[in-house]
Structure formats: structure tokens, C-alpha cells
Design a protein around this ligand. Structure first.
Ligand SMILES: Nc1ncnc2c1ncn2[C@@H]1O[C@H](COP(=O)(O)OP(=O)(O)OP(=O)(O)O)[C@@H](O)[C@H]1O
Length: 372
């Protein structure tokens, strides 16, 4: 499908002040790039999105999509929200309740001046692209949360926005629906050319969907960079806390991922094509540490070099570098102090991190998570 809008980079430089809170952020998002905004509650993520979409006016700032200027406080430019080409997918689908799914999606093209027939054709194409062609005639009241979000995504994109904003798009979905929509977003976002800003609390969303992450703390950027690089070497305490999951990049195959050191088996958590970039994700608590590789076991074993041991409540967190992922200690295991004593573990030791396939989730990976 040809894309008309959304070929321009977004540049935003916004600052505003409220009682007890200030936002001061400069960022750019390239066409086709997905930037995830992470941060603790109250960090300013929603305020940033509101400033981009025109619902909140920064005291100082400039927002431009290529050479189209939406806001320039120095020159008194401030396009109202309805004149900014923003497509928003929020936590709740917010579909028009009395319109069919098809008419909801056709609304944007109609409002932009397309004839009825053309708008319907555009809507049908977008519904098909989000696997919702069969829902065209349904009213929103008959849709599940996941179905409604798919229709809402089609609606946002059918309006041909210049900038796509995703505000916690999976947060209101149940645990079964969220992975399916995350997988769909992964596919759709990669095949379109708009700059996209994704606000999320879930580090998995950043891993699967984002090329870059931007961590906001107290209204300011605490760190930013390619997803895996930021999660592997977190500088802000918040990032370190959320980056608690282990993530091994590779190429998807039937029952896991292929890495430079063999296959890591797991359960396919989200749809991913064989041969595509994917990641094996598992919790530090799922890791057992062995001195020798447990041969003949159905478990996954990763050869690692221990970099550090830190007490964490009842357990000791081992940080380790895996040869296949470079020198940085990017993997973690939580083990009991007794296990550390039994194995006589110390920094510098070569050991195996062993994890059962049932504890490993295979996700598609964004470009940013596989290229640090
Ligand atoms: N409409 C408003 N009027 C005044 N203050 C607000 C308003 N909305 C948010 N705030 C305050 O602005 C600051 C930033 O809030 P914001 O909602 O942008 O953070 P957030 O990172 O999106 O948080 P959360 O993760 O909880 O959604 C907070 O101190 C919040 O209390």
C-alpha cells in the first residue's frame, strides 16, 4: 500500500511548567522509526503526548514534521489539535459506538474529503491489514477489547496521519489479547513510514515494538538510545528496575531462536515468522547456575562469564556476560546465597546459565533490540 503522509521526521522541543512539575524534552523521531517513552508514574509521558497532539500548549517550544511547523512559540504558531496530522491509539479504543467498524475506519478519510466509496475502500484495506476484515459490519459494542483495538489502529492509520501516537495501547487488554495485538503492532509498525511515539509501562512493548527508547524522569530525558543498548546498560535507576528481564537476540525458528551458540527453545509468546529477528525473554528467577553444561538435558544452557554478585533481598543477583552477546554483563540470574556458596561463585568465573524451555518466551524483536 502506498503511503502519502508520514514520510517526514518529527522534531519536538517542548518545555512547560506546572505546580511541582516541569517538562523539558527535545527529541527527534525519523520516518518509520518507533520511539518508546518509558518512565515512572508522573514523569510526564502523557503530558509529552498531549503537547505533541496539541491538547496542551507548552510555554516554550517548537514541533515540526519535516517543514510543516505545528508549534513555534517564538513565532506564535500553534496549530490546534484537529489540524495536526496525529493518529492516536489510546488505552481504550474510543470508537464511535453507533457506527460500524468499517464506518469508524472510514471516518478519517471522509473527514479529509474522500468520497464515500473511496473512504470505504480505504477502510476495507486497513481493516484487512489489521486482520479485522471480518469485523467490518460489527458495532463496537460487539467487539472484544483486542478486536476494538485492532479497529482503532486501522482508524488511526486510515486517516493518513503524519505522526502516530500510541498511548499504552495494550494496557487495558487481558493477558491473552495483549500478545496478539503486540504482534500485530510489530508487523504493522514495521511496514509503515510514519514517525511513531509509544508510551508504555511495559518493557516488553519497548523490546518488541521500539527502535529506540527514551526514559523520562521528572519531566526530563534521563537516557535514550537503541532499545537493547539502553536496557543492557541502564543508567537511570528506573531503567535498571524495568530492564530486569533477560533478553537474548536471535533468529526465530520453529520452537525458539537460533543464536551464534545454538538454539534456545521456548514457547512462542507472539506471532513471529521463522527467519525474522526475535528475542528469547526470561526472568532472572528462572535461571539455574551450573559449573558444567548439563548434557542430555532438555534445558537451555548459555555459557556466561560472571561480572558481579549483588545481594537483593533473599537472593543474590548474578550479572553475567554471554559470549554471543559481547562483553557487557547483560544477563542476570537470581540464586540463593546457599547456591552461591555451594558453587563457590566469584566474578570472572565461567559458568552456565540454565533455563527450562517452559520459562522462555519467544517474541519478535524490533530492529532496535537486535542492533545495539
Ligand atoms: N491536567 C493536569 N493538570 C495539572 N497537573 C497535571 C495534569 N495532568 C498531569 N499533571 C501532573 O503533571 C505531572 C506529569 O504527569 P503525566 O500524567 O504527564 O505523567 P505520566 O508519566 O504520564 O504518568 P503515568 O505513568 O502515571 O501516566 C504529574 O506531576 C501530574 O500530577
Amino acid at each position: 500500500m502506498t503511503e502519502r503522509a508520514g514520510e517526514a521526521a518529527m522534531l519536538a522541543d517542548v518545555a512547560l511548567r506546572r505546580a511541582g512539575f516541569g517538562l523539558d524534552v527535545t527529541c527527534t523521531v525519523a520516518p518509520g522509526e518507533v520511539v518508546a517513552v518509558l518512565g515512572p508514574n508522573g514523569a510526564g509521558k502523557s503530558t509529552l503526548l498531549s503537547a505533541l497532539s496539541g491538547l496542551v500548549r507548552p510555554e516554550r517550544g517548537r514541533i515540526a514534521l519535516g517543514d510543516r511547523v505545528w508549534l513555534d512559540t517564538d513565532h506564535n504558531v500553534d496549530l490546534p489539535a484537529h489540524r495536526r496530522g496525529v493518529g492516536l491509539l489510546a488505552q481504550n479504543a474510543l470508537l464511535f459506538p453507533y457506527l460500524s467498524a468499517l464506518d469508524n475506519v472510514a471516518f478519517g478519510p471522509r473527514a479529509a474529503g474522500a468520497g464515500k466509496r473511496t473512504a470505504r475502500t480505504i477502510a476495507e484495506r486497513w481493516l484487512a491489514r489489521v486482520d479485522a476484515a471480518d469485523l467490518a459490519g460489527h458495532r463496537p459494542g460487539r467487539l472484544s477489547g483486542g478486536q476494538a483495538q485492532r479497529v482503532a489502529l486501522a482508524r488511526a492509520l486510515a486517516a493518513d496521519p503524519e505522526l502516530l501516537l500510541l498511548d499504552e495501547p495494550l494496557a487495558a487488554l487481558d493477558v491473552d489479547a495483549a500478545p496478539a495485538l503486540r504482534g500485530l503492532l510489530h508487523r504493522v509498525l514495521r511496514s509503515q513510514h510514519r514517525p511513531t511515539v509509544l508510551v508504555t509501562h511495559d518493557v516488553l512493548d519497548a523490546v518488541v515494538l521500539a527502535d529506540r527508547v527514551l526514559v523520562l524522569v521528572d519531566g526530563r530525558i534521563a537516557e535514550q538510545g537503541p532499545t537493547r543498548a539502553v536496557l543492557a546498560r541502564p543508567r537511570a535507576a528506573f531503567t535498571a528496575r524495568i530492564a530486569g528481564l533477560n533478553l537474548v537476540p536471535g533468529i526465530a525458528e520453529e520452537e525458539g531462536i537460533k543464536t551464534g551458540e545454538g538454539v534456545i527453545s521456548g514457547r512462542i509468546a507472539e506471532p513471529v515468522e521463522q527467519g525474522e529477528a526475535a528475542a528469547a525473554v526470561f526472568a532472572p528467577s528462572a535461571v539455574a547456575v551450573h559449573r558444567e553444561c548439563p548434557h542430555g538435558s532438555p534445558r537451555n544452557a548459555l555459557r556466561v562469564r560472571l561480572a558481579g554478585l549483588e545481594p537483593r533481598g533473599d537472593v543474590i543477583r548474578l550479572r553475567a556476560a554471554a559470549r554471543l552477546m559481547g562483553e557487557d554483563p547483560v544477563l542476570a540470574a537470581d540464586v540463593t546465597p546457599a547456591a552461591v556458596a555451594d558453587l563457590g561463585l566469584a566474578a570472572g568465573d565461567e559458568v552456565f546459565f540454565v533455563v527450562k524451555a517452559t520459562e522462555v518466551a519467544i517474541h519478535p524483536a524490533s530492529g532496535g533490540s537486535s542492533s545495539p
